[in-house]
Design a binder for this molecule. Structure first.
Ligand code: GDP
Ligand code: IMO
Ligand code: MG
Length: 425
């Protein structure tokens, strides 16, 4: 019996999960997304081509790997159809090749869920979460409120009635907002997409994944968002609506905790956040702007400028603890190539104390980061493809992080392409 390895983000998302899942996928028989929805944007680059996946697992470009959209994911049929249509146009048709299956128990995002998301954010004004407006929060609310519609329901004879019942409820809520909308076009697209979704095999993810394990096959669970956006442990309420942590892989796929194997925690050599909420090491200056430009830090899903700052070790330690990370993966080292000095936040000054954890009142009282200066390597690392060629100062930075975080760095990424990846130890 094999175990499920997990790969997830340790910061506020966009760490580079898509790229690394694609790189690792030849080692796996199944790649399984376990939470989130099309709020995610996972970018993959190879052979001069670039793809952004929102719902589809990032193993889709590897010929022999199966891909599962797990029960913990919320699916927008319109977006999933569009993703698959675009892939088909680019010469990749995972549906025709039988390489994609969907969990029956995954919940559906309705057009009215998106409207509710937008109406709510509009009402919150300057206090808004900064949601991607994909309807994620309202869909998970209906899931936990026991009103939701699931993929498996689409084949029931009364699916349309169930849909209408839920939409009536949403319209009632929307009537309390000053919010104009027209559903006609979206609804037609929704039902067209539902017919398409029915052509993709529906499975019980719990039996499907455990079946792979019983046969000794290898499974990698792909996270979306990042640990600091977790509904329970992130900077609430500036979070997403699912458990983005390792525990989420158990409930989002139907695997027992003792079936978890390696946990790959992925982080950028610095830090970014998109949307509202606390960000202790944020650089609201030309250094932050430099990171944004060099790192192309603009959202893969919404195109929004990402907020940028230095690496935050208290936040990373917290994420490592919550996830049981066994190996680290450091991304975007090349973005720091031009810096004379880089900085790492080792502690926070908070309410007159020096602390090394994320405090509960981080939302209301901004911690001041205590920064350690680190020499930059001042070398173009984008073409480094041997461990021996890693500049000494970059190797020192990695050694410093390993010592602080007490977990080895297994992979180093030095550019967006598949081939710009080094295995360290
Ligand atoms: P994800 O949501 O975690 O999959 O990450 P995103 O795809 O949203 O954002 C990561 C961005 O960084 C994408 O544009 C990637 O192509 C890019 N990227 C990934 N790894 C590297 C790297 O090592 N260096 C550089 N410069 N870009 C990278
Ligand atoms: P990937 O998988 C970065 C952020 C939004 C917002 C908050 C809530 O590409 O790393 P939601 O749409 O869930 O209601 O938004 O979470 N957010 C992300 N930030 N990467 C993501 O996904 C994100 N998904 C959601 O910007 O602040
Ligand atoms: Mg992303």
């Amino acid at each position: 019996m094999t175990q499920v390895d997990v790969l997830l983000g340790l910061q506020w998302g966009d760490e580079g999960k898509g790229k690394i899942v694609d790189v690792l996928s030849p080692q796996y028989d199944l790649i399984a997304r376990f939470q989130g929805g099309p709020n995610a944007g996972h970018t993959l680059e190879f052979d001069g081509k670039k793809f952004v996946l929102n719902t589809i697992p990032s193993g889709i470009f590897n010929e022999k790997t199966m891909n599962l959209i797990g029960n913990g994911v919320v699916i927008d049929p319109i977006i999933l159809k569009r993703e698959l249509d675009n892939l088909k146009k680019a010469g990749h048709d995972p549906v025709a090749k039988g390489k994609l299956v969907i969990a029956r128990k995954a919940h559906l995002i309705l057009p009215t869920h998106q409207l509710l998301d937008a109406a709510n954010e509009q009402k919150m004004g300057k206090d808004k979460i900064g949601s991607t407006l994909k309807g994620i929060g309202p869909t998970y609310m209906d899931k936990t409120g026991r009103n939701g519609l699931r993929v498996g329901d689409t084949t029931l004879p009364d699916f349309k009635d169930r849909y209408n019942k839920l939409v009536e409820k949403h319209k009632e809520i929307l009537s309390h907002y000053e919010f104009e909308y027209d559903l006609t076009e979206k609804e037609a697209a929704f039902f067209e997409a539902i017919e398409f979704i029915k052509t993709i095999p529906h499975v019980d993810s719990e039996h499907y994944v455990n079946g792979f394990l019983k046969e000794g096959k290898k499974v990698l669970a792909e996270g979306a968002q990042g640990t600091l956006l977790d509904i329970d442990f992130g900077s609430y309420p500036f979070v997403t609506s699912s458990n983005t942590t390792t525990a989420g892989a158990c409930t989002g796929l139907g695997i027992a905790p003792n079936k978890i194997g390696h946990v790959y925690g992925i982080f950028k050599a610095y830090c970014t956040r998109v949307g509202g909420g606390p960000f202790p090491t944020e650089l609201d200056d030309e250094v932050g702007e430099n990171l944004r430009q060099v790192g192309h830090e603009f959202g893969a899903t919404t195109g929004r400028a990402r907020r940028c700052g230095w690496i935050d070790l208290p936040a990373l330690k917290y994420a490592i603890m919550l996830n049981g990370v066994t190996e680290l993966i450091m991304m975007k080292a090349d973005v720091l190539d031009g810096f004379d000095t880089i900085y790492a936040c080792t502690h926070y000054e908070h309410n007159g104390e020096t602390i090394d954890y994320m405090p509960y009142d981080i939302i209301t009282v901004k911690p001041t980061p205590v920064l350690k200066a680190i020499d930059g390597w001042k070398t173009d690392v984008t073409k480094v493809n041997k461990v021996a060629d890693i500049p000494a100062k970059l190797a020192d930075y990695i050694a410093f992080l390993e010592k602080e975080l007490e977990v080895p760095v297994k992979f180093l990424s030095v550019g967006p392409d598949r081939v710009q990846t080094l295995e360290l130890n």
